[in-house]
Design a protein around this ligand. Structure first.
Ligand code: GAL
Length: 343
């Protein structure tokens, strides 16, 4: 009897695994192709997730399907045409519905900061409760990353369309990889690699979130950290960053502070398991605080630099032991959302 049921379980497992060519259902399988609810691969790289009125919105770089090397640039400057910013929605963090390109590239004006020949990376969206607007910040660059600016766009709804306002250097400072963090007191902060990627700046945004204020701090001077992702847990601020090796993976670092603008104390690499020293061949982009739970989900991009649209997503939950965070590798896991109930 037990042998029969064991056999049945193995058959069921084999059939189930065979039916999983990609990520699906109520689980997350880090690193596998992830399809939206229409069966198309999710195209939202370098992204971030915003929770609003019971729905998670995932915004990311919409990569073109042709990767090329920027002509005349000495380093590994692989890119696709800038396809704008995509948005997907979900109630469970597992099943994502494509909401469209919510910030369209400007294909008409060849001088536009969001023309397809430019670089639009790492979009992040926050809701402003005072102005009732959704504000998107993103890294805007030119073909050789020499422009090094932050771009801002707004929309009245989470699914756009967003209206591009401007690209600027915050306080006249270089800006490349960036994220935005909204604190419990509704102040928001722009966190960006500055000083030619040597130093990470944290600038407080204006009350409408549309401009950086003059109030900013310099973090990890000459530390060359990028790909910032911030979250807050039990009154402490955590900042995950990568090193600076372009599309190639390196070791992550996690730092902690009592104040949002620092000073941040490095805690070392939070990743655990095989290839932890290479961040599982991924790079940080955002941490999702799962609504109503104590779960925090690290979003990483596993870049495929010669075929950028085929880059994969690695999402892994933090673990806490004696107040210390870590990110152990998992082949499969389920978020603490209404995932299973929703299906
Ligand atoms: C990385 C950065 C990516 C992208 C890439 C271009 O350092 O994190 O977002 O800009 O460089 O080479």
């Amino acid at each position: 009897m037990r042998i029969i049921s064991l056999h049945a379980s193995i058959v069921t497992l084999a059939v189930t695994l065979a039916a999983w060519p990609a990520q699906s259902g109520s689980i997350i399988t880090p690193g596998l192709e992830w399809e939206d609810t229409n069966g198309s691969p999710i195209n939202a790289h370098g992204g971030g997730v915003m929770y609003h009125d019971g729905v998670y919105y995932w915004y990311g770089e919409y990569k073109g399907d042709f990767t090329y090397r920027s002509p005349g640039v000495g380093w590994d400057c692989y890119r696709t045409e800038a396809g704008g910013v995509s948005c997907y929605s979900s109630r469970d963090l597992c099943n994502w519905t494509f909401e469209g390109i919510v910030l369209e590239p400007d294909t008409v004006d060849t001088h536009s900061d969001i023309h397809p020949t430019m670089v639009i990376e790492r979009p992040k969206v926050v809701y402003n409760d005072r102005t009732h607007q959704f504000v998107m910040w993103m890294h805007i660059d030119n073909h050789n990353y020499g422009k090094a600016t932050a771009g801002v766009a707004v929309s009245d709804t989470p699914t756009g369309k967003f209206r591009f306002i401007e690209a600027m250097r915050p306080n006249g400072q270089i800006c490349r990889d960036l994220t935005v963090f909204k604190d419990d007191d509704d102040q928001a902060y722009l966190i960006y690699s500055s000083e030619d990627n040597a130093t990470l700046h944290i600038a407080r945004l204006s009350d409408d979130y549309l401009k950086p204020t003059a109030h900013y701090t310099r973090n990890f001077p000459n530390g060359f950290r990028e790909a910032p992702a911030m979250f807050k847990r039990q009154g402490k601020y955590y900042l995950v960053t990568s090193g600076c090796t372009g599309w190639d993976p390196n070791e992550a670092d996690l730092a902690v502070a009592d104040q949002v603008m620092g000073p941040y104390t490095p805690m070392g690499n939070p990743c655990r398991g095989v290839d932890a020293d290479k961040t599982f061949y991924g790079q940080s982009t955002f941490v999702i605080a799962v609504e109503g739970t104590d779960q925090y989900v690290m979003m990483l991009d596993r870049w495929n630099k010669r075929d950028l649209i085929a880059s994969r997503y690695i999402w892994l939950p933090f673990e806490w032991s004696d107040g210390k965070p870590s990110i152990p590798w998992r082949d499969v896991w389920a978020p603490n959302t209404a995932c299973r109930a929703a299906r």
